[in-house]
Design a protein. Structure first.
Length: 68
């Protein structure tokens, strides 16, 4: 399993964390998601090689910004 850490801007509460977590869990290959709005990061555990652009696009589709 591989862990991907993304910097995400725009999360301001637990509700934001839940939106991100629920959205990413719909992607095939995603095992676990932990979003932390205070740190501005999202940790994603994937079971196979997953293009990080898929994760970034999903986060941006729901209104948040992924920073490099």
């Amino acid at each position: 399993m591989k862990e991907i850490i993304l910097k995400v801007e725009g999360m301001v509460c637990n509700g934001c964390e839940n939106r991100v977590q629920n959205a990413l869990k719909t992607i095939e290959g995603v095992e676990n998601v932990v979003a932390d709005h205070t740190a501005g990061i999202v940790k994603v555990s994937v079971k196979e090689e997953l293009d990080t652009n898929v994760l970034k696009e999903k986060i941006e589709d729901i209104g948040f910004e992924v920073k490099e």
